[in-house]
Structure formats: structure tokens, C-alpha cells
Design a protein around this ligand. Structure first.
Ligand code: ADP
Ligand code: MG
Length: 422
């Protein structure tokens, strides 16, 4: 697919101040706030480095977690959670915000760039404005968590205008946030020439290319917990894939829809009709749809639960399916062997429990051995592939969980739509 948006290469940034939206929403240790995985920071480096090499001054920004910028709303939520009223104080609220400061990101980014990253105390307040005004070409400033501003998630034009006023060019490279129309991901593009960075370009070229003109056969592997969270993906991939493989918790709804006994497995009874329709639709379209033929069941949802293997649709009461079985593994691994492209979204089982990670691991291994273009979307799927040690064997692991899902659903991404067309 031809990427049809302007990128940093299409715009002159020399001597200019560039507002760069990154996805620095990194996982942190709850106690020490240490960054536990810096892959999102690393993913932003090529664009930052390019802008610096071109002689730009970079004003980076990002959200981190879900801070509540209004004390009243925060207090209300705490009360609803049943917190002791004595503990619902402005001081505690302020601490909850401090825990989501981007300062640890500034530190890590400094290490990775080998250059000091200046940290602002606010987003568009006096500190950020002054530091942005004084910023020189080759320097990097990081604004505070964009969600500390009430207007961020509301895409408030006033906030967008203030952010834009600090810079002359807007570059978005926050693929993980492009499915949200927020002030820093879309609103600012109203006020500045807006282009994408290399990460967004790469994500859209690879995933978009696989959706628009895949090397065939295209095999889509869909799993994860619920059918209901994957409807859009299933609908869209059913239109373009040659084979669809269903695993994970959603498989039990398909099984129940065909009259199978699923015991205490994850079941969305409201979606049985839909599952049945999908099976019929696949048959009518000539899309091969594979469902598990056997399953690993457990007597509890626990890492040390007692387990056994049974045929699909024959799960006794008191037991629940937590992984695909060995016959299914064989079937699925066979189905990807000669694929041209594999798009995988959703683990095959509860991979977080080693005893039930076998199916996910086997599929990951099969993908690592194919010649196919292999694309992993979805936050948990990416984590699974990484955790199981196959990350470097895949063509592409998306950095955006929700964003990659919405992209695979065929939805327009507001953070991309707002950029200048090439
Ligand atoms: P992704 O983030 O890749 O889109 P999902 O969020 O849809 O994936 O699903 C991931 C979760 O699904 C994992 O936490 C995994 O434990 C869970 N899961 C997979 N199979 C089952 C199952 N059989 N029963 C319950 N949960 C499951
Ligand atoms: Mg998930």
C-alpha cells in the first residue's frame, strides 16, 4: 500500500520548533515508578533523531496512564470505590498525578539519545511555555503528561491552540494513540502543518499493506478473551482473509453456538447467534474458518489448576477451557505453514499461566518458522509473543494495542486522518 500522508521527510523543519506527539505510555513499577519496558520510547527514537539531525528543536509530548485532572471527579471516583473519606484529600489526588509524571520518561529518553532532555513542569502552563520559547535547534523538551489538562481527552480547541502556539510544525508519531481524537493527537493539526513520523508510517505501511493487498494466502488468527471485543476485526477480516483461525476464550462462544457443552468456560451467550452467522458467512464466501477440535480444560481459573484434554464441545460442568488442545495446535500450525501473510490478534489461551500457554507458544513458534509476513496486533498478543521469546522472529509487532485493533477493523484513525495528504 502506498502510504498517503506527508511525513517528516516532506516538510522543512530546519531551525523550526516541532511539536512531536509520541506514545510514551510506558508500563511502570507501581512502587518505584521505574519503567519496566521502554520499547515505546525506543520506537520514537528514529523520528526524534531525524528531527534533531535536520536542525529542529523538538517539543515532545505524550499522555501516560489515566490521570484524573479534576479533583472533584477524582474525589467522587474514590468515594464510589468505598475509600475512607479521610483519605480523599487534595494531597492524595496530587500524589496520584505525580505518579503519572513523565519525568522518568525524560530520564530514559536522555539516556537513549545521549543528550539531556529538558522536562517541563506543565503542558501549556508558564513553565512549558517559557522552556519552549527558549528551546534551541538540536534540543529536546518534554512536556508534562498531556492528560493533566482537562481539555486533552475532550479535544478542546483552546488547549490544542495553546500547544500549537509553542511550535511551527506538528509531527505525530504516537501510533498507540491515533485511534483517539484528543487535543494532542488530532486537535493541534488544525493549527499547524501536520505530518507523520516514521513509526506511524511503518505501522500503517505494514498493517495497511497486509489488509489492502496481502501476499496470499492471508491467514487471520483471532483469539483473546471475548468475541464481543473482536466483532469489528472478525467482520473486516472475513472480507479479506483466505483462512480464519479462532482460538482463545472466544472459541467457546462459537462452540456453544453449535450446540457444544462448554462447562464453565468464558461464554458470551448474547453473541452465539453472531458466531453462527459468521460460520455461515465464511462458508458462503469460501473462507476457511477453523475452530478448535480439542481443548485444555481446568478445574479452576488458576495457574496450578488440575487440567485435562477433552474434545471441543465436551467440557464437563465445573471445568473451563483455558487453552487449545494438541490436535488443534497441529491443525492451526499446519494452516499457517504455507501462508503468505499471517495477521494474529488475540492469544490462543490464558498464556499468563505457563500451564495454559502451550497453544499460544506453539502458534508463535509456527509463525517464527514460516516464510510468511507475520503481523501481531493487540496489546496482549504482543506481550505474549514477547514473553514467550518469539518477538524478533516476527515481521512486525504493532506498538499500538487499541489502535492496531481499530485499524484492523477498517476504521478511520482520527490521529492519521488529520495529517496532511501526500
Ligand atoms: P489482545 O490484547 O491481543 O487484543 P485480548 O485482550 O482480546 O487480546 O485477550 C487477551 C486475554 O485473553 C489474555 O489475558 C488471555 O488470558 C485471555 N484469554 C485467552 N484465552 C482465554 C480463555 N480460554 N479463557 C479466559 N481468558 C482467555
Ligand atoms: Mg487486550
Amino acid at each position: 500500500m502506498n502510504y498517503n500522508k506527508k511525513t517528516v521527510k516532506d516538510i522543512d523543519v530546519k531551525g523550526k520548533k516541532v511539536l512531536l506527539r509520541c506514545d510514551f505510555n510506558v508500563p511502570q513499577d507501581k512502587e518505584t515508578l521505574a519503567i519496566t519496558d521502554d520499547k515505546r520510547i525506543r520506537a520514537a527514537l528514529p523520528t526524534i533523531q531525524y528531527l534533531l539531525d535536520q536542525g529542529a528543536a523538538v517539543i515532545a509530548c505524550s499522555h501516560l496512564g489515566k490521570p484524573e485532572p479534576s479533583f472533584e471527579k477524582w474525589a467522587k471516583k474514590q468515594a464510589e470505590k468505598g475509600k475512607d473519606p479521610a483519605a480523599i484529600t487534595e494531597e492524595k489526588w496530587s500524589k496520584s498525578l505525580q505518579a503519572l509524571s513523565l519525568a522518568p520518561v525524560a530520564e530514559r529518553l536522555s539516556e537513549l539519545l545521549g543528550k539531556k532532555v529538558i522536562m517541563a513542569d506543565d503542558v501549556v502552563g508558564p513553565d512549558a511555555t517559557a522552556k519552549a520559547a527558549a528551546l534551541q535547534p538540536g534540543q529536546v523538551l518534554l512536556l508534562q503528561n498531556t492528560r493533566f489538562e482537562k481539555g486533552e481527552t475532550k479535544n478542546d480547541p483552546e488547549l490544542a491552540r495553546k500547544m500549537a502556539a509553542m511550535a511551527e510544525v506538528y509531527v505525530s508519531d504516537a501510533f498507540g494513540a491515533v485511534h483517539r481524537a484528543h487535543a494532542s493527537t488530532a486537535g493541534v493539526a488544525e493549527y499547524l502543518p501536520a505530518v507523520s513520523g516514521f513509526l506511524i508510517q511503518k505501522e500503517l505501511e505494514i498493517i495497511g499493506g497486509a489488509l489492502a493487498s496481502p501476499k496470499r494466502p492471508l491467514v487471520a488468527i483471532l483469539g483473546g478473551s471475548k468475541v464481543s471485543s473482536k466483532i469489528g476485526v472478525i467482520n473486516n477480516l472475513l472480507e479479506i482473509a483466505d483462512t480464519i483461525i479462532i482460538g482463545g476464550g472466544m472459541a467457546y462462544t462459537f462452540s456453544a453456538a453449535q450446540g457444544g457443552k462448554v462447562g464453565d468456560s468464558l461464554l458470551e451467550a448474547d453473541w452465539e447467534d453472531y458466531s453462527r452467522e459468521m460460520v455461515e458467512k465464511a462458508a458462503a464466501k469460501g473462507v476457511k474458518l477453523l475452530l478448535p477440535v480439542d481443548t485444555v480444560i481446568a478445574d479452576a481459573f488458576a495457574p496450578d489448576a488440575k487440567s485435562q484434554i477433552v474434545k471441543s464441545g465436551e467440557i464437563p460442568d465445573g471445568w473451563q477451557g483455558l487453552d487449545i488442545g494438541p490436535e488443534t495446535v497441529k491443525l492451526y500450525c499446519d494452516a499457517v505453514k504455507d501462508a503468505g501473510t499471517v495477521i494474529w490478534n488475540g492469544p490462543m489461551g490464558v498464556f499468563e499461566f505457563p500451564a495454559f500457554a502451550g497453544g499460544t507458544k506453539a502458534v508463535a513458534e509456527a509463525l517464527s518458522k514460516t516464510e510468511a509476513i507475520t503481523i501481531i496486533g493487540g496489546g496482549d498478543s504482543a506481550a505474549a509473543v514477547q514473553q514467550l521469546g518469539y518477538a524478533d522472529k516476527m515481521t512486525h509487532i504493532s506498538t499500538g494495542g487499541g489502535a492496531s485493533l481499530e485499524f484492523m477493523e477498517g476504521k478511520e484513525l482520527p490521529g492519521v486522518a488529520c495529517l496532511l495528504d501526500a
